[in-house]
Ligand binder design. Structure first.
Ligand SMILES: Nc1ncnc2c1ncn2[C@@H]1O[C@H](COP(=O)(O)OP(=O)(O)O)[C@@H](O)[C@H]1O
Ligand SMILES: [Mg+2]
Length: 253
């Protein structure tokens, strides 16, 4: 059974695209067959995270009936399939998006949809095309409040919530404490991804950190999220893995 999950946050800039791309890579490293779809037409970024060219056939062409979906899907060396969008004038049509997924249902293990910010029609279309949503937020009050708004929209549309991923965690005192996060959003925190330069390096190099530096602290945190998305226990990291992770902190590019 294919699980179609849209990644939503309410607020922009909290790491939806980063988390979606990396969870996709991580799931694929764990043997799952994954398709990542850029459902953010007003701010399409997935292609850049994977180093795909701008002129390729995109989801926009598919939804406008100008190309077959197979022409728009690119296979990334990290193992995931990617369906990029381009920033073109586009009328987000939930039915169209849902319809375009039909070919993948039963074929892929996971389809991850990187949604737009806010709770407008683009986000609604992404949620409607999915069965479940994954919430992403920074551990800051404004972001968490908007995440609650996005969760409410998913509930109105009767979609299941997989959980909440806290991204760009710095461990600073100013961050909202976990108990308060739970009180506010009312969802289980299924991962804490550190704010780390390796993530930014990956973005600059146009390769998700999960494939660019798979043993880094950020990638391991993402890997944990991938296990939890699958409903599996996170494996206990042995001493050797912890040492490798530690040395990765100091590894020059
Ligand atoms: N875990 C992280 N560590 C460091 N920087 C991050 C992390 N996650 C996101 N960022 C930074 O935040 C920016 C916005 O992330 P992005 O995934 O594009 O957010 P969104 O899709 O929610 O708008 C990235 O370009 C990157 O610079
Ligand atoms: Mg984005």
């Amino acid at each position: 059974m294919t699980r179609v999950i849209s990644v939503i946050s309410g607020k922009g800039g909290v790491g939806k695209t980063t988390v979606t791309s990396n969870i996709g890579v991580s799931l694929s490293q764990q043997g799952e067959d994954v398709l990542i779809i850029d459902g953010n037409f007003s701010g399409a970024n997935v292609a850049q995270h994977f180093g795909l060219g701008f002129n390729d056939v995109s989801l926009n062409h598919v939804l406008e009936g100008e190309a077959y979906i197979t022409q728009a899907v690119a296979k990334h060396p990290a193992g995931v399939s990617v369906l990029p969008a381009s920033i073109l004038e586009f009328n987000a049509d939930a039915e169209n998006l849902k319809h375009s997924l039909v070919d993948f249902l039963g074929e892929k293990d996971f389809v991850l949809i990187d949604a737009a910010a806010g709770v407008g029609e683009e986000v609604e279309a992404a949620i409607e095309a999915s069965d479940e949503v994954l919430l992403v937020s920074k551990p800051e009050l404004p972001a968490l409040t908007n995440t609650l708004g996005a969760k409410k929209l998913a509930e109105q549309l009767e979609r299941d919530v997989v959980g909440l991923v806290l991204n760009q965690v710095r461990g600073e005192k100013s961050e909202v404490e976990e108990e308060d996060v739970l009180d506010l959003v009312g969802e289980e925190i299924i991962g804490r991804v550190p704010d780390h330069e390796h993530v930014r390096e990956g973005i600059a190099l146009r390769e998700p950190v999960a494939s660019y530096k798979p043993n880094s602290r950020a990638s391991k945190a993402i890997e944990d999220v991938a296990f939890r998305v699958k409903g599996e226990e996170v494996p206990d990291r042995g001493l050797q893995e912890k040492i490798v992770m530690h040395f990765n902190e100091f590894n020059p590019l």
